[in-house]
Design a protein around this ligand. Structure first.
Ligand SMILES: NC(=O)c1ccc[n+]([C@@H]2O[C@H](COP(=O)([O-])OP(=O)(O)OC[C@H]3O[C@@H](n4cnc5c(N)ncnc54)[C@H](OP(=O)(O)O)[C@@H]3O)[C@@H](O)[C@H]2O)c1
Length: 272
Protein backbone atom coordinates (compact mmCIF):
# COMPACT_ATOMS: atom_id res chain seq x y z
CA UNK A 1 0.00 0.00 0.00
CA UNK A 2 3.10 2.18 0.17
CA UNK A 3 1.95 4.85 -2.27
CA UNK A 4 -1.78 4.40 -2.09
CA UNK A 5 -3.86 7.33 -0.90
CA UNK A 6 -7.25 6.73 0.70
CA UNK A 7 -9.70 9.44 1.73
CA UNK A 8 -12.35 8.65 4.36
CA UNK A 9 -15.34 10.83 5.29
CA UNK A 10 -16.79 11.22 8.77
CA UNK A 11 -13.78 10.16 10.87
CA UNK A 12 -14.46 12.02 14.13
CA UNK A 13 -15.96 8.90 15.75
CA UNK A 14 -17.20 5.38 15.10
CA UNK A 15 -16.65 3.44 11.92
CA UNK A 16 -14.84 6.27 10.12
CA UNK A 17 -12.35 6.64 12.97
CA UNK A 18 -11.79 2.87 13.02
CA UNK A 19 -11.29 2.78 9.23
CA UNK A 20 -8.77 5.62 9.46
CA UNK A 21 -6.80 3.70 12.09
CA UNK A 22 -6.96 0.47 10.08
CA UNK A 23 -5.87 2.22 6.88
CA UNK A 24 -2.86 3.77 8.62
CA UNK A 25 -1.95 0.35 10.03
CA UNK A 26 -2.28 -1.19 6.55
CA UNK A 27 0.21 1.33 5.18
CA UNK A 28 -2.10 3.60 3.20
CA UNK A 29 -1.37 7.30 3.09
CA UNK A 30 -4.59 8.06 4.90
CA UNK A 31 -6.55 11.28 4.59
CA UNK A 32 -9.11 11.29 7.38
CA UNK A 33 -11.74 13.96 6.86
CA UNK A 34 -14.28 15.45 9.24
CA UNK A 35 -16.66 18.36 9.26
CA UNK A 36 -15.76 19.77 12.67
CA UNK A 37 -12.04 20.36 13.32
CA UNK A 38 -12.78 20.63 17.06
CA UNK A 39 -13.42 16.85 17.01
CA UNK A 40 -10.12 15.97 15.32
CA UNK A 41 -8.28 14.80 18.49
CA UNK A 42 -8.97 11.03 18.33
CA UNK A 43 -8.30 10.65 14.60
CA UNK A 44 -5.09 12.69 14.80
CA UNK A 45 -3.81 10.05 17.20
CA UNK A 46 -4.05 7.44 14.41
CA UNK A 47 -1.35 9.27 12.47
CA UNK A 48 -3.71 10.07 9.58
CA UNK A 49 -3.54 13.34 7.68
CA UNK A 50 -6.67 15.07 9.04
CA UNK A 51 -8.52 17.50 6.78
CA UNK A 52 -11.88 19.26 6.80
CA UNK A 53 -14.70 17.97 4.59
CA UNK A 54 -18.41 18.46 5.21
CA UNK A 55 -20.31 16.24 2.79
CA UNK A 56 -23.11 18.82 2.59
CA UNK A 57 -20.73 21.65 1.66
CA UNK A 58 -19.76 21.50 -2.03
CA UNK A 59 -16.85 23.92 -1.64
CA UNK A 60 -15.32 21.86 1.16
CA UNK A 61 -15.55 18.69 -0.96
CA UNK A 62 -13.81 20.25 -3.96
CA UNK A 63 -11.23 22.04 -1.84
CA UNK A 64 -10.38 18.87 0.09
CA UNK A 65 -10.13 16.53 -2.89
CA UNK A 66 -8.20 19.05 -5.01
CA UNK A 67 -5.87 19.62 -2.07
CA UNK A 68 -5.22 15.89 -1.59
CA UNK A 69 -4.43 15.39 -5.28
CA UNK A 70 -2.19 18.50 -5.30
CA UNK A 71 -0.28 17.29 -2.22
CA UNK A 72 -0.05 13.55 -2.93
CA UNK A 73 -0.33 13.52 -6.72
CA UNK A 74 -2.97 10.80 -6.64
CA UNK A 75 -6.11 9.41 -5.05
CA UNK A 76 -6.59 5.63 -4.93
CA UNK A 77 -9.70 5.13 -2.85
CA UNK A 78 -12.60 6.92 -1.22
CA UNK A 79 -14.50 5.53 1.73
CA UNK A 80 -17.90 7.24 1.93
CA UNK A 81 -18.66 6.74 5.59
CA UNK A 82 -20.21 9.98 6.93
CA UNK A 83 -23.86 9.49 7.81
CA UNK A 84 -26.61 10.51 10.20
CA UNK A 85 -29.60 8.80 11.76
CA UNK A 86 -32.95 10.50 11.22
CA UNK A 87 -35.53 8.72 13.31
CA UNK A 88 -39.27 9.11 13.84
CA UNK A 89 -42.64 8.82 12.18
CA UNK A 90 -43.24 10.53 8.87
CA UNK A 91 -46.15 12.44 10.47
CA UNK A 92 -43.96 13.94 13.17
CA UNK A 93 -40.65 14.50 11.41
CA UNK A 94 -40.37 17.95 9.84
CA UNK A 95 -39.55 17.97 6.12
CA UNK A 96 -36.25 19.65 7.00
CA UNK A 97 -35.18 16.50 8.88
CA UNK A 98 -36.29 14.21 6.04
CA UNK A 99 -34.30 16.37 3.62
CA UNK A 100 -31.29 16.31 5.97
CA UNK A 101 -31.32 12.50 5.85
CA UNK A 102 -30.99 12.72 2.07
CA UNK A 103 -28.52 15.61 2.08
CA UNK A 104 -25.96 13.86 4.27
CA UNK A 105 -26.56 10.19 3.52
CA UNK A 106 -27.30 10.39 -0.20
CA UNK A 107 -26.31 13.68 -1.86
CA UNK A 108 -23.17 13.82 0.29
CA UNK A 109 -22.08 10.42 -1.02
CA UNK A 110 -22.94 11.36 -4.60
CA UNK A 111 -21.02 14.62 -4.48
CA UNK A 112 -17.88 13.16 -2.91
CA UNK A 113 -17.93 10.29 -5.42
CA UNK A 114 -18.46 12.68 -8.35
CA UNK A 115 -15.51 14.83 -7.28
CA UNK A 116 -13.27 11.80 -6.75
CA UNK A 117 -14.08 9.85 -9.94
CA UNK A 118 -11.64 11.57 -12.34
CA UNK A 119 -8.78 10.93 -9.91
CA UNK A 120 -9.89 7.35 -9.24
CA UNK A 121 -9.99 6.71 -12.99
CA UNK A 122 -6.34 7.74 -13.15
CA UNK A 123 -5.32 5.20 -10.48
CA UNK A 124 -7.91 2.50 -11.26
CA UNK A 125 -9.07 3.05 -7.73
CA UNK A 126 -11.97 2.15 -5.49
CA UNK A 127 -15.15 3.69 -4.09
CA UNK A 128 -16.31 1.93 -0.92
CA UNK A 129 -19.51 3.23 0.67
CA UNK A 130 -20.86 2.39 4.10
CA UNK A 131 -24.60 1.98 3.60
CA UNK A 132 -26.46 -0.24 6.11
CA UNK A 133 -28.72 -3.25 6.28
CA UNK A 134 -31.19 -0.34 6.10
CA UNK A 135 -30.07 0.14 2.49
CA UNK A 136 -31.68 -3.17 1.61
CA UNK A 137 -34.40 -3.57 4.23
CA UNK A 138 -36.88 -0.80 5.10
CA UNK A 139 -37.19 -0.50 8.88
CA UNK A 140 -39.96 0.95 11.03
CA UNK A 141 -39.52 4.60 12.07
CA UNK A 142 -36.45 4.84 9.83
CA UNK A 143 -38.31 5.82 6.67
CA UNK A 144 -36.11 8.84 5.95
CA UNK A 145 -32.85 7.09 6.84
CA UNK A 146 -33.61 3.89 4.93
CA UNK A 147 -34.85 5.85 1.92
CA UNK A 148 -31.49 7.64 1.77
CA UNK A 149 -29.54 4.38 2.17
CA UNK A 150 -31.70 2.65 -0.48
CA UNK A 151 -30.94 5.61 -2.75
CA UNK A 152 -27.20 5.20 -2.18
CA UNK A 153 -27.40 1.49 -2.93
CA UNK A 154 -29.35 2.14 -6.14
CA UNK A 155 -26.82 4.78 -7.14
CA UNK A 156 -23.82 2.55 -6.43
CA UNK A 157 -25.32 -0.57 -8.02
CA UNK A 158 -26.01 1.47 -11.17
CA UNK A 159 -22.56 3.08 -11.13
CA UNK A 160 -20.67 -0.18 -10.54
CA UNK A 161 -20.68 -1.56 -14.11
CA UNK A 162 -20.06 1.89 -15.60
CA UNK A 163 -17.15 2.60 -13.26
CA UNK A 164 -15.74 -0.86 -14.05
CA UNK A 165 -15.40 0.14 -17.72
CA UNK A 166 -12.86 2.76 -16.63
CA UNK A 167 -11.17 0.53 -14.07
CA UNK A 168 -12.79 1.87 -10.90
CA UNK A 169 -14.17 -0.65 -8.37
CA UNK A 170 -17.39 0.13 -6.49
CA UNK A 171 -18.51 -1.62 -3.29
CA UNK A 172 -21.06 -1.11 -0.54
CA UNK A 173 -20.81 -2.18 3.10
CA UNK A 174 -23.97 -3.21 4.95
CA UNK A 175 -23.59 -3.30 8.76
CA UNK A 176 -26.37 -4.07 11.24
CA UNK A 177 -26.18 -2.42 14.67
CA UNK A 178 -22.72 -1.05 15.46
CA UNK A 179 -21.79 0.38 18.86
CA UNK A 180 -20.69 3.89 17.84
CA UNK A 181 -21.92 7.43 18.50
CA UNK A 182 -24.59 6.90 15.84
CA UNK A 183 -27.59 6.67 18.17
CA UNK A 184 -26.31 9.36 20.57
CA UNK A 185 -25.66 11.69 17.63
CA UNK A 186 -29.35 11.45 16.69
CA UNK A 187 -30.09 13.33 19.95
CA UNK A 188 -33.30 11.42 20.59
CA UNK A 189 -34.96 11.53 23.99
CA UNK A 190 -36.92 8.24 23.78
CA UNK A 191 -39.51 9.22 26.40
CA UNK A 192 -40.19 12.55 24.70
CA UNK A 193 -40.42 10.99 21.24
CA UNK A 194 -42.89 8.36 22.48
CA UNK A 195 -44.92 11.03 24.30
CA UNK A 196 -45.29 12.97 21.05
CA UNK A 197 -46.05 9.93 18.89
CA UNK A 198 -49.83 9.87 19.41
CA UNK A 199 -51.33 6.72 17.85
CA UNK A 200 -47.84 5.43 17.00
CA UNK A 201 -46.69 5.44 20.65
CA UNK A 202 -47.06 1.70 21.39
CA UNK A 203 -45.32 0.70 18.15
CA UNK A 204 -42.57 3.27 18.68
CA UNK A 205 -42.05 2.16 22.25
CA UNK A 206 -41.74 -1.47 21.14
CA UNK A 207 -39.30 -0.44 18.43
CA UNK A 208 -37.11 1.52 20.85
CA UNK A 209 -36.97 -1.43 23.27
CA UNK A 210 -36.07 -3.82 20.47
CA UNK A 211 -33.39 -1.46 19.18
CA UNK A 212 -31.81 -1.16 22.63
CA UNK A 213 -31.37 -4.91 22.72
CA UNK A 214 -30.00 -5.00 19.14
CA UNK A 215 -27.37 -2.39 20.08
CA UNK A 216 -26.42 -4.28 23.25
CA UNK A 217 -25.12 -7.06 20.99
CA UNK A 218 -23.96 -4.81 18.13
CA UNK A 219 -20.66 -5.12 16.31
CA UNK A 220 -17.70 -2.93 17.13
CA UNK A 221 -16.51 -0.23 14.75
CA UNK A 222 -13.23 -2.16 14.41
CA UNK A 223 -15.10 -5.23 13.16
CA UNK A 224 -16.82 -3.14 10.50
CA UNK A 225 -13.54 -1.42 9.61
CA UNK A 226 -11.97 -4.81 8.95
CA UNK A 227 -14.66 -5.50 6.33
CA UNK A 228 -14.10 -2.07 4.76
CA UNK A 229 -10.38 -2.89 4.48
CA UNK A 230 -11.20 -6.20 2.78
CA UNK A 231 -13.49 -4.43 0.33
CA UNK A 232 -10.74 -1.92 -0.49
CA UNK A 233 -8.33 -4.66 -1.54
CA UNK A 234 -10.54 -7.54 -2.74
CA UNK A 235 -9.80 -8.83 -6.19
CA UNK A 236 -11.97 -9.59 -8.05
CA UNK A 237 -14.04 -6.71 -6.73
CA UNK A 238 -17.06 -7.67 -4.64
CA UNK A 239 -19.96 -5.22 -4.78
CA UNK A 240 -22.07 -6.03 -1.71
CA UNK A 241 -20.52 -6.77 1.70
CA UNK A 242 -22.44 -7.52 4.88
CA UNK A 243 -20.41 -7.17 8.07
CA UNK A 244 -21.91 -10.03 10.14
CA UNK A 245 -23.94 -13.21 9.83
CA UNK A 246 -26.95 -11.31 11.15
CA UNK A 247 -26.55 -8.64 8.46
CA UNK A 248 -26.14 -11.33 5.79
CA UNK A 249 -29.35 -13.15 6.68
CA UNK A 250 -31.32 -9.91 7.12
CA UNK A 251 -30.21 -8.48 3.77
CA UNK A 252 -30.79 -11.86 2.11
CA UNK A 253 -34.37 -11.91 3.38
CA UNK A 254 -35.06 -8.64 1.58
CA UNK A 255 -33.19 -9.39 -1.63
CA UNK A 256 -35.27 -12.53 -2.15
CA UNK A 257 -38.57 -10.98 -0.99
CA UNK A 258 -40.37 -10.52 -4.28
CA UNK A 259 -43.81 -9.70 -2.83
CA UNK A 260 -42.65 -7.91 0.34
CA UNK A 261 -44.17 -10.41 2.74
CA UNK A 262 -40.89 -11.72 4.19
CA UNK A 263 -39.64 -8.32 5.36
CA UNK A 264 -43.11 -7.29 6.58
CA UNK A 265 -43.25 -10.53 8.55
CA UNK A 266 -39.96 -9.68 10.27
CA UNK A 267 -40.29 -5.94 10.91
CA UNK A 268 -43.96 -5.98 11.95
CA UNK A 269 -42.87 -8.12 14.91
CA UNK A 270 -40.44 -5.42 15.99
CA UNK A 271 -43.27 -2.99 16.70
CA UNK A 272 -45.69 -5.24 18.55
N1 LIG B 1 -23.88 2.54 14.03
C1 LIG B 1 -24.70 1.78 13.36
O1 LIG B 1 -25.48 1.01 13.95
C2 LIG B 1 -24.69 1.78 11.85
C3 LIG B 1 -25.32 0.71 11.20
C4 LIG B 1 -25.32 0.67 9.82
C5 LIG B 1 -24.72 1.68 9.11
N2 LIG B 1 -24.11 2.72 9.76
C6 LIG B 1 -23.51 3.77 8.95
O2 LIG B 1 -22.14 3.84 9.29
C7 LIG B 1 -21.66 5.15 8.97
C8 LIG B 1 -20.85 5.67 10.14
O3 LIG B 1 -21.68 5.81 11.26
P1 LIG B 1 -21.20 5.47 12.76
O4 LIG B 1 -21.98 4.32 13.21
O5 LIG B 1 -19.73 5.42 12.81
O6 LIG B 1 -21.78 6.74 13.53
P2 LIG B 1 -21.09 8.02 14.19
O7 LIG B 1 -20.16 7.60 15.28
O8 LIG B 1 -22.21 8.93 14.54
O9 LIG B 1 -20.21 8.63 13.02
C9 LIG B 1 -20.81 9.35 11.96
C10 LIG B 1 -19.76 10.24 11.35
O10 LIG B 1 -20.35 10.96 10.27
C11 LIG B 1 -19.99 12.32 10.43
N3 LIG B 1 -20.88 13.25 9.75
C12 LIG B 1 -22.19 13.51 9.99
N4 LIG B 1 -22.61 14.49 9.15
C13 LIG B 1 -21.54 14.83 8.37
C14 LIG B 1 -21.33 15.77 7.34
N5 LIG B 1 -22.31 16.59 6.92
N6 LIG B 1 -20.11 15.84 6.76
C15 LIG B 1 -19.10 15.04 7.17
N7 LIG B 1 -19.22 14.16 8.18
C16 LIG B 1 -20.44 14.06 8.76
C17 LIG B 1 -20.00 12.53 11.93
O11 LIG B 1 -19.34 13.74 12.25
P3 LIG B 1 -19.73 14.62 13.56
O12 LIG B 1 -18.97 14.00 14.69
O13 LIG B 1 -19.26 15.98 13.21
O14 LIG B 1 -21.22 14.52 13.75
C18 LIG B 1 -19.24 11.28 12.34
O15 LIG B 1 -17.85 11.45 12.12
C19 LIG B 1 -22.89 5.98 8.63
O16 LIG B 1 -23.00 6.12 7.23
C20 LIG B 1 -24.05 5.16 9.18
O17 LIG B 1 -25.24 5.40 8.48
C21 LIG B 1 -24.09 2.77 11.12
Amino acid sequence: MADKVVLITGTSTGIGLAVAAAAVRAGYRTVATLRNPDKAGPVRETGADVRRLDVTDSASITECIDGVVADYGRLDAVVNNAGVSVFGTVEHLPMSEIRRAMDVNYFGVVEVTKAAMPHLRATKGRVVTVTSVGGAVGQPFNEAYCAAKFAVEGFMQSLEPVAATVGVGVSIIEPGAVTTEFVANAHIDPAAVVAEAGPYAPALNAYINRTRSAYSTGQTADQVAAVVMSALTAYPIVFRWQTSDYARSFVASSLSDLDGSIVAGITSHWIR
